[in-house]
Design a protein around this ligand. Structure first.
Ligand SMILES: Cc1ncc(COP(=O)(O)O)c(C=O)c1O
Length: 433
């Protein structure tokens, strides 16, 4: 037997463990520094969500657990504003939801249209390509969105099986108008998939009224939770596509020879973990075993939805608009220029141009180090060109906005930017007046 060494705390440890690891990771519990996360997400988690996530587990098929699953489905139907029976959580971060939707709805060779207006449109394109789709891309410059006419022209040209669109592309802060897009897709026989990860809860989203066939999200933006669970909803039309590809794993049914409900291999969804047919069977009445539901994430997702619905979706959207407007006025008050078509900006995040001659990363680092405040930069062509400031979820609050603007003013002044003292917070206060 391995020799064990007694630590000062009295517990025994394996001598093969690196002493440096014992002094750091093994010796110290997680104790993150206090931060105010005012970037594009993740943001500071609502304490109620953290408390819900500290609750003890129950078994996968405990009636308490299946009741929580059913409740969570009902809560997210309200969040997505849909009557879709097929509303579930996918275990994983937001891109797990995207991947589940696309791999389940798109068969190899299907034509998929992806209108791209930022980094996350490119992500949809790349995932659709991995699904073996024939992908057609349309692009507008970063900082703009598509008109309904441009989308119609593209759909008419491509005649896709599915249109994959981001609602709020966090990389540019733009919010793509969706009214009329579902009806247009349906006129041409296409399904509409929407990634509303960054926008849901802080901007209007009307799954049924806008005829969206598949929508996926995450918790870490306006919903005030951590990343790690992806709420997803499918319209009956989308469920039909998934069901036609349904398969049941061997060994689940009492009759070992039963292939009932199993599509031929060529039709089967090309992922096991993200097979929405299997995931729906697990969440549905049959409760056919698939993965082990991430119970702690489910507690968190359930609490995020409760928070939103208690406040009221319209009230939460209005709150995000108010604090987003205050942040917008505040950064302008500091003399900073705002990136992109502000009329189409998401309520919950603003991108500001980094003034020429200023070291954007040094400013961010100083905000984090001296004030404990995190803001973001962006990706690709906007990396190092803009800062992104978020006002979302738990941090869509007056004090969080004012403290961030006050700190940013101090750091800008230290870096030699010409800023009128108090101009940022004063401009924000006018929005609140
Ligand atoms: C619009 C959008 N889609 C997808 C993602 C990917 O989310 P995750 O990192 O949770 O997988 C993000 C993350 O910021 C996002 O903003």
């Amino acid at each position: 037997m391995e020799q064990l060494i007694q630590t000062s705390g009295g517990s025994s440890v394996d001598p093969s463990v690196d002493p440096a690891l014992l002094r750091t990771a093994v010796g110290a519990p997680v104790a993150p520094p206090p931060r105010l996360l005012m970037g594009p997400g993740p943001i500071t988690v609502d304490p109620r969500v953290l408390r819900a996530m500290s609750a003890q587990l129950v078994g996968q098929y405990d009636p308490a657990m299946t009741a929580y699953m059913n409740e969570t489905q009902a809560l997210y139907r309200a969040v997505f504003r849909t009557a879709n029976e097929a509303t579930v959580l996918v275990d994983g971060t937001s891109r797990a939801g995207i991947e589940a939707a696309l791999v389940s709805l798109v068969s190899p060779g299907d034509r998929v249209l992806v209108p791209v207006f930022g980094r996350f449109g490119h992500l949809l394109r790349e995932i659709a390509e991995r699904c073996g789709a024939e992908v057609h891309v349309r692009e507008v410059p970063w900082g703009e969105v598509f008109t309904l006419e441009a989308l119609e022209e593209a759909v008419r040209d491509v005649r896709p099986h599915l249109v994959a669109l981001v609602q709020g592309d966090t990389s540019t802060t733009m919010n793509q108008p969706l009214e009329g897009v579902g009806a247009l897709c349906h006129r041409y026989g296409a399904l509409l998939y929407v990634d509303c990860t960054a926008s849901l809860g802080g901007n209007p989203f009307e799954m049924d009224a806008w005829e969206v066939d598949a929508a996926t999200a995450g918790l870490q933006k306006c919903l005030g939770g951590p990343s790690g669970s992806a709420p997803l909803s499918l319209s009956p039309r989308a469920v039909e596509v998934v069901r036609a590809r349904r398969s049941v794993e061997a060994g689940l049914r009492a009759d070992p020879a039963s292939a009932e409900g199993t599509a031929p291999a060529g039709v089967r969804i090309r992922s096991n973990y993200f097979d929405l047919g299997m995931i729906l069977d697990y969440w549905g009445e049959e409760r056919l075993n698939h993965h082990t539901e991430a119970t702690t994430m489910l507690y968190g997702a359930r609490e995020c939805a409760r928070l939103l619905l208690e406040e009221g979706i319209d009230a939460a959207v209005a709150r995000h608009r108010l604090h987003g407007d205050a942040m917008l006025a505040g950064v302008r008050g500091l003399g900073l220029s705002v990136f992109g078509d502000v009329a189409h900006k998401m309520h919950n995040v603003v991108a500001v141009e980094i003034p020429a001659g200023l070291d954007g990363d040094a400013v961010r680092a100083e905000l984090l180090h001296d004030y404990g405040i995190e803001i973001g930069t962006s990706f690709g062509p906007l990396a190092g060109r803009v800062w992104r400031l978020g006002t979302m979820g738990y941090n869509a609050r007056k004090d969080a906005v004012l403290v961030t603007l006050a700190a940013l003013e101090q750091v800008l002044r230290r870096h030699g930017a010409p800023v009128d003292p108090g101009a940022g917070t004063a401009a924000a206060q006018e929005v609140y007046a």
